[in-house]
Design a protein around this ligand. Structure first.
Ligand SMILES: *Cc1c(COP(=O)(O)O)cnc(C)c1O
Length: 379
């Protein structure tokens, strides 16, 4: 009987009123290509919202990370430091360049990269004769990392900083948007992110030359000539004008979507915070989280042995999707051979953490159903 209840998804697309109009306009004007007026306007709206300087709309956040590494000249055998507590797309592009990921653990206040461990990793790599060529810091689940401290360390060692803000569009630290602190930032517009183009991403930088070069590389690196001439390896990474139309509409409702996700978080916190052994990711002082996903930690020592898997499985029987936190990269079969600096914090987060349904289109009834399910699982 429970399974006949409608499915509650972890994070489903939430389309506004203008997207279809923009898409229709793309059809009517025959701009069905990976360039066009929607692409330009979408880039402009990202620049306006985030104050990132310059933005290139791309086919995915992964493509944006890859181009950032290409633009920084990352090559075979280079070392690149990255957060270990993340989705694999943060680390894959390092390997696309045949470079070596060096994985750094989280700290407990933000669950993001620990500044002390970053410093330790940089010094240790240098002492082994290999200075890292870049650092990729992730702002996970829409919570800003301790980005000023991390940035300071990168600057001291003169190592370029890339921010993976795929999950944190609209989240800020001291009023400055995540993704705009580093030499590069990336955003993702995949289907389950806070806003979506069904698939898409953006590379942003205060440095206009970088972004011009990114657009060039993203369109097969065509030299200026009437024929097709190439003096560099290019990529087919540009965003379609049709999808950029969706993106334009989504940017217009982004602030609303953030408010809705933040309100989901408050609801869960008020209703579930009373349970012993259930805790939430706090908002770092001076930061503003977009609360892309509401994540809880389940401490079995305080829940009479109930684990996050007990909760997840019970929700599944109620046709409610929830998901463990990211499994750290240094524990992934494909990445476990790479250097790692840490103290097992991300492993504990993975073991005890659960992401709850967090879409901006959840109804009050949906939210009540999730809470009731968790209450039952803990009873
Ligand atoms: C989604 C995501 C990406 C990749 O973005 P795509 O647009 O799906 O390629 C990268 N990093 C993190 C942390 C993500 O969550």
């Amino acid at each position: 009987m429970n399974s006949s209840m409608p499915k509650i998804w972890l994070s489903s697309p939430h389309i506004g009123e203008k997207e279809l109009e923009y898409v229709k306009n793309a059809f009517e004007t025959n701009w069905i290509a990976p360039l066009g007026p929607h692409v330009d306007a979408f880039e402009q709206s990202i620049q306006d919202f985030t104050a990132c300087g310059h933005a290139a709309a791309l086919s995915s956040g992964t493509a944006a990370l890859h181009l950032a590494l290409v633009l920084l000249g990352i090559q075979s055998g280079d070392e690149v430091i990255a957060s270990t507590f993340t989705f694999s797309a943060t680390v894959n592009p390092i390997v696309y360049q045949k470079a070596i990921p060096v994985l750094v653990d989280s700290e407990k206040d933000t669950w993001n990269m620990c500044p002390d461990l970053l410093e330790e990793a940089i010094k240790d790599r240098i002492s082994r004769g290999k200075k890292p060529k870049a650092v990729i810091v992730v702002h996970l689940y829409g919570q800003s990392a301790k980005i000023e401290e991390l940035q300071k360390i990168c600057r001291q060692h003169e190592i370029p900083l890339i921010e993976d803000a795929a999950e944190s569009l609209g989240a800020s630290f001291k009023g400055k948007m995540t993704g705009t602190f580093g030499d590069f930032g990336i955003y993702s517009f995949n289907g389950n992110k806070i806003i979506t183009t069904s698939g898409g991403g953006a590379l942003v930088s205060q440095n206009e030359d970088y972004i011009k070069k990114a657009r060039f590389l993203a369109t097969q690196a065509r030299d200026q000539a009437p024929h097709y001439q190439h003096s560099q390896i290019g990529y087919n990474y540009r965003l379609s004008n049709v999808l950029a139309g969706i993106g334009r509409g989504q940017m217009e409702v982004l602030a609303e979507r953030i408010a809705q996700r933040r309100s989901n978080f408050e609801f869960y916190k008020n209703r579930l915070g009373k349970h012993d052994g259930i805790s939430f990711l706090p908002e770092l002082e001076d930061s503003f989280a977009n609360r892309w996903l509401t994540c809880i930690l389940v401490d079995p020592q305080q829940t009479k042995g109930k684990t996050r898997e007990d909760l997840r499985k019970h929700l599944e029987t109620l046709n409610i999707e929830s998901r463990p936190l990211w499994k750290p990269m240094h524990k992934q079969p494909i990445f476990e051979k790479y250097p790692y600096y840490g103290k097992r914090l991300s492993e504990q987060l993975f073991e005890n953490g659960l992401c709850l349904p967090s879409g901006s289109n959840l109804s009050q009834d949906d939210l009540e159903r999730v809470v009731k399910g968790i209450d039952e699982a803990l009873a």
